[in-house]
Design a protein around this ligand. Structure first.
Ligand code: IMP
Length: 188
């Protein structure tokens, strides 16, 4: 890593997200520093959730940081669970999602990620990413987290749960959003 490398605080309690952020930002020489402080969490679209949380956390702790919010949007369920993905994963889980889709013809879905950066006295800036795919009929793989074992990205032969960290980050919603952030951050 060059001596001129920069760093950014990442406010999250999800170690899977930290591993991915480190992998994604490594080529930009941006060091990701996990930070356990929390901003206010509202129920809204993911971009708004990330943006509000980043802005309240940056002011509360007096430091510049990023917050990421993500969700799984299933076509046959009109975009559900979307912003409720975390709650649905903890309650219904993967099995519950598969049951909801048992009678559906379409298994199309996508993940979206919104990365919000905010400075203590600034306004939040949001970067978004998306990856499309389908929900498989059963879980495959133990890598990643959340719904990864049942998400088959378009043009991929393996679920996200079977992809390596590097393979997932190269095509994921989070990879796209964080690379957009990293490119912008380095030009500031
Ligand atoms: P949050 O951004 O922590 O609110 O994430 C919401 C939920 O969406 C997580 O608990 C996961 O269940 C799911 N999710 C978000 N990103 C991913 C991913 O990259 N892979 C699998 N599931 C994800």
């Amino acid at each position: 890593m060059p001596a001129s490398s920069r760093s950014v605080f990442f406010a999250t309690g999800n170690t899977g997200k930290v591993d991915e952020a480190r992998m994604i930002m490594e080529p930009f020489a941006i060091r990701v520093k996990p930070f356990s402080g929390k901003g206010a969490e509202i129920q809204a679209d993911i971009a708004e959730v990330a943006s509000y949380s980043a802005s309240t956390a940056a002011r509360r702790y007096g430091r510049s940081l990023i917050v990421e919010d993500a969700g799984l949007f299933v076509e046959a369920l009109d975009g559900f669970p979307g912003a409720f993905s975390s709650y649905v994963f903890e309650t219904l889980g993967i099995r519950g999602l598969l049951t909801l889709l048992e009678q559906s013809e379409s298994r199309n879905a996508y993940f979206r990620s919104a990365v919000a950066y905010c400075e203590p006295e600034g306004e939040p800036k949001v970067f978004e990413g998306k990856v499309s795919g389908t929900i498989t009929r059963s879980p495959h793989g133990e890598n990643g987290f959340g719904f990864d074992p049942v998400f088959l990205p378009s043009n991929a032969k393996k679920t996200m749960g079977e992809l390596s960290l590097a393979e997932k980050c190269a095509i994921s919603h989070r990879g796209e959003a964080m690379r957009k952030f990293a490119a912008w951050y380095l030009k500031r």
